[in-house]
Design a protein around this ligand. Structure first.
Ligand code: BTN
Length: 317
C-alpha cells in the first residue's frame, strides 16, 4: 500500500487500492489507521481517496520491506514502551515473538543501560530497538553476540553517515571520544545452548545537546551533533540489520576469526592504559587484546594478565 501511495502524486481511490492489493475497502481503511499511528500523514477525502502527505523518518513498514527474508521476519513499531528489551524479553519468553523479530520504539519511558543505568530515550530523534534472535553460538561464546552487534552498528553508522566511529570494549559506539550508541544483550540459555538472545540497541541519531541530561553532555553525543545534519532513522536501522545479518551469517559459516579481527580494527580501547570498573572494584592496566571469546585481556602493572568479562572501561593518561 505504501508503494502505491508513494508512486502516486495525488490521491488514489479506495477502490483502486483495494483492487491493486486484492483486499476489501475496510482492510484499506484499517491499514490507513495503522500507518497513521506509526506517524504517516495520510489525507483521506470522501470522493478522491487517499494521499500520502508525509512519511515518518522511522517506520517498521519501511524497515521490514527492506530486510525481510530468511533471517529477519518481522518488525513491530510502538510509539512508546517502557523498554524495548523488557517488552521483547517478556513477549519472547511467553512465546509471542519468533526469532528474527525486531521491536522498535519511538521513545522509552524506562530505557535501560548496562550496569543498571538509565538510557535517556526522548521521542522522535533516536533509535531504540531490540533484536530477538536465535544465535549461532553457544553460551561460552555469548560475548561474541555483543561484539558482533557493536561491529554491525559501527559499520552501519560509518557507511550510512560517513562518520568516523570506533568501539570501546565491550560495546560502546564512540565518536570524538563520546558515546553515541550502546548495546544491552540479554540471553535465555541452558548449559549447552542459547535459546534466544535479545539485543537492545540504542543509537543517538538526531538528538541535540539539549536533549541530553546535563550530567551526560560531556560524555554523550549523537550522529547529528557529529555530522551537523539529520539522519533518517529507518535508513540507519536497515543498515544495522543488514550488517547484523551478514556478520551473523559469516560467523555461522566461517567461524569467529574474521569477526574478531574486524572488531579489533575498530576498537579504540586496545593498546591503551585503562581503568576497568565493575561495581565497587576497579583494576588498572593496559588493554592488550581480546581473547577468542571476546573477553578483555588486561596486562596488569604486576605483569600478570587478567581476563575481564564485564565492566566499564575508562582511558587513563
Ligand atoms: C549501554 O549502557 O551502553 C547499553 C544501552 C542500551 C540501550 C538500548 S535502547 C533499546 C534497548 N532497550 C533498553 O531499555 N535498552 C536498550
Amino acid at each position: 500500500m505504501l508503494m502505491v501511495l508513494r508512486d502516486t502524486d495525488g490521491f488514489v481511490s479506495g477502490e483502486k487500492l483495494s483492487k491493486a492489493l486484492g483486499v476489501t475497502r475496510a482492510a484499506i481503511w484499517k491499514k490507513v489507521r495503522e500507518l497513521r499511528s506509526e506517524g504517516y500523514i495520510i489525507e483521506a477525502a470522501a470522493s478522491r481517496g487517499y494521499r500520502l502527505v508525509r512519511a515518518p523518518d522511522l517506520s517498521s513498514e519501511e524497515v521490514i520491506s527492506a530486510v525481510q527474508g530468511a533471517f529477519w521476519k518481522d518488525a513491530l513499531f510502538y510509539r512508546s514502551l517502557g523498554s524495548t528489551n523488557d517488552f521483547a524479553v517478556e513477549q519472547a519468553l511467553d512465546g509471542h515473538l519468533q526469532p528474527g523479530t525486531v521491536i522498535i520504539a519511538d521513545m522509552q519511558e524506562k530505557g535501560r543501560g548496562r550496569m543498571g543505568r538509565t538510557w535517556t530515550s526522548p521521542p522522535g530523534v533516536n533509535i531504540y530497538m531490540s533484536l530477538v534472535i536465535k544465535p549461532c553460538v553457544g553460551p561460552r561464546d555469548a560475548t561474541l553476540i555483543t561484539l558482533l552487534s557493536s561491529l554491525a552498528c559501527a559499520n552501519a553508522i560509518r557507511r550510512a553517515a560517513g562518520m568516523d566511529v570506533s568501539i570501546k570494549w565491550p560495546n560502546d559506539i564512540m565518536a570524538s571520544g563520546k558515546k553515541t550508541g550502546g548495546i544491552l544483550t540479554e540471553i535465555k540459555a541452558d548449559q549447552d545452548s542459547i535459546a534466544l538472545a535479545i539485543i537492545g540497541i540504542g543509537i543517538n541519531v538526531n538528538s541535540r545537546v539539549a536533549d541530553f541530561p546535563e550530567e551526560l553532555r560531556e560524555t554523550a553525543t549523537s550522529m547529528k551533533i557529529e555530522t551537523g545534519r539529520e539522519h533518517a532513522r529507518s535508513d540507519i536501522v536497515i543498515r544495522i540489520l543488514q550488517e547484523f545479518e551478514y556478520l551473523h551469517g559469516e560467523l555461522a559459516r566461517s567461524g569467529k576469526t574474521s569477526l574478531l579481527s574486524d572488531w579489533r580494527k575498530l576498537c579504540s580501547t586496545l593498546g591503551k592504559r585503562v581503568l576497568v570498573t565493575s561495581g565497587d572494584a576497579a583494576v588498572a592496566g593496559i588493554a592488550e587484546d581480546i581473547d577468542d571469546e571476546g573477553l578483555l585481556l588486561l596486562r596488569l602493572e604486576s605483569g600478570g594478565l587478567k581476563k575481564i568479562s564485564s565492566g566499564d572501561v575508562t582511558l587513563r593518561s
